[in-house]
Design a protein around this ligand. Structure first.
Ligand SMILES: NC(=O)c1ccc[n+]([C@@H]2O[C@H](COP(=O)([O-])OP(=O)(O)OC[C@H]3O[C@@H](n4cnc5c(N)ncnc54)[C@H](O)[C@@H]3O)[C@@H](O)[C@H]2O)c1
Length: 393
């Protein structure tokens, strides 16, 4: 069995992610069966897809023939019986373990023996979702980023029972859709949502300590660090309810490791209903005539802030390699293409020198006396042996 252009694709859940995955597959010539438990959602999905594709025509990126072709290949179906002829089915329904297990068990009863099953979960373990399946060997995580048609990265996550044959077939298919695939171990947050935690967490900690206001921290990361968005702007955009829930679930999943500790400042925003852009106010005020705090343009302070967040991110990237979550190359690809970091974190570590990164972390650990700042053993070894994460050319 191998997957190719004539493979039929099933997608369960016609929300943001399911619609995006269906669009990608149909763009690459596949017949797609897009199912949702709520028929009105199928209508919404179809309308949003038509709008997105029509905008592509207006911008001159696609022809009317192309979008008609894409839309004709997507079959909006209100029953999973249409998955019977599919070669791979992507589950992108609500992020609820029981709902996913129930839906996948129903799908498994219909699909062929060789059909691959995948989940787009962001926070549940692949092992837990697979526990309800009769044949978990053909089930894996395939994690797209939002918006799926735009974001280049896809994390491929084999579960404890997945046979490599299925992982390889699925990975080749996704790569043929012009995506960058990285392989990740089935651990909380996979690569991106784990390694990115300090971008928010350390920024919040600096803010809570009163070292700088949110606008200054954002300015430091963007102007001095080259990040596209500052952490506070980004949290306001994601929504504090969503970002706080992810932080809390990663913290619990890592058995309360202080590296992932959530922040009171963010919790209070959630409690007060200041969820960010969507509610008109978060750290920034998006309402008309709002007076927003200005950044304090002090380069010495800005570099201190940038370096502190950066070394914490690098320490997390090193930990992902040390704990065999992913390779050095995949961790760097994941952060560049999953969250648009200006450089791979381990490339960055090599540029700054593992020795320098280690000494910054040791300074933080000495000052705070907290386990949160403990340097990763792999970073320590690289610094001690004068090695780099990537081979120096
Ligand atoms: N939105 C993101 O940024 C993002 C990014 C990566 C991964 N994810 C993951 O992708 C999945 C879907 O997220 P989303 O943002 O598209 O959610 P969404 O709420 O936009 O869509 C979920 C869809 O599933 C449908 N649904 C609910 N229960 C169902 C069931 N039992 N059977 C069939 N359909 C059902 C809903 O009607 C809805 O259309 C989740 O697992 C989420 O964690 C989301």
């Amino acid at each position: 069995m191998s997957l190719n252009k004539s493979s039929k694709i099933g997608v369960a859940g016609a929300g943001t992610m399911g619609t995006g995955i269906a669009q990608i597959a149909a763009t690459f010539g596949h017949d797609v069966y897009l199912f949702d438990a709520y028929p009105e959602q199928l209508e919404t999905s179809k309308k949003s897809l038509e709008n997105i594709l029509n905008r592509q025509v207006e911008k001159g990126r696609m022809s009317t023939d192309e979008i008609e072709g894409i839309l004709s290949r997507i079959h909006f179906v209100d029953h999973i019986k249409d998955f019977a002829g599919c070669d791979i089915v992507f589950e992108a329904i609500v992020e609820n373990l029981q709902a996913k297990k129930d839906q996948l068990a129903r799908i498994e009863a219909i699909i062929s023996k060789t059909c691959i099953l995948a989940s787009n979960t962001s926070s549940l373990s692949i092992a837990s979702i697979s526990s309800g399946l009769k044949k978990p060997v053909r089930f894996l995580g395939i994690h797209f980023f939002n918006p799926a048609p735009v974001m280049k990265l896809v994390e491929i996550i084999p579960g404890i029972s997945t046979e490599s044959e299925f992982t390889n077939h699925a990975r080749r298919l996704i790569s043929s859709w012009n995506k960058i695939t990285v392989l990740a171990k089935d651990t909380p947050g996979f690569i991106v949502n784990r390694v990115a935690r300090p971008f928010y967490g350390e920024a919040l900690r600096i803010y809570e300590e009163g070292i700088a206001n949110h606008a200054t921290i954002d300015w430091a990361l963007k102007v001095l660090g080259g990040f596209k968005m500052g952490p506070f702007e980004l949290m306001d955009l994601i929504g504090h309810d969503v970002n706080y829930a992810v932080t809390e679930s990663v913290f619990k999943a890592f058995y309360y490791d202080p590296r992932f500790k959530p922040s009171f400042a963010q919790k209070r925003l959630v409690e007060a209903g200041r969820l960010g852009k969507k509610s008109g106010i978060g750290f920034y005020d998006y309402r008309e005539h709002a007076n927003n705090t200005e950044p304090h343009l002090d380069e010495t302070l800005g570099n201190e802030i940038l370096n502190r967040i950066l070394v914490m991110l690098i320490n997390e990237a090193a930990d992902a390699v040390f704990m065999n979550i992913a390779t050095v190359e995949d961790v760097d690809l994941a952060m560049k293409h999953g969250v648009n970091y200006p450089k791979g974190l381990l490339e960055w570590a090599d540029e700054l020198g593992p020795n320098w990164v280690l000494s910054e972390l040791e300074t933080l650990q000495d000052y705070y006396g907290e386990d949160r700042y403990r340097p990763n053993p792999l970073l320590k070894q690289k610094a001690k042996d004068g090695e780099y994460f990537h081979e120096k050319r």
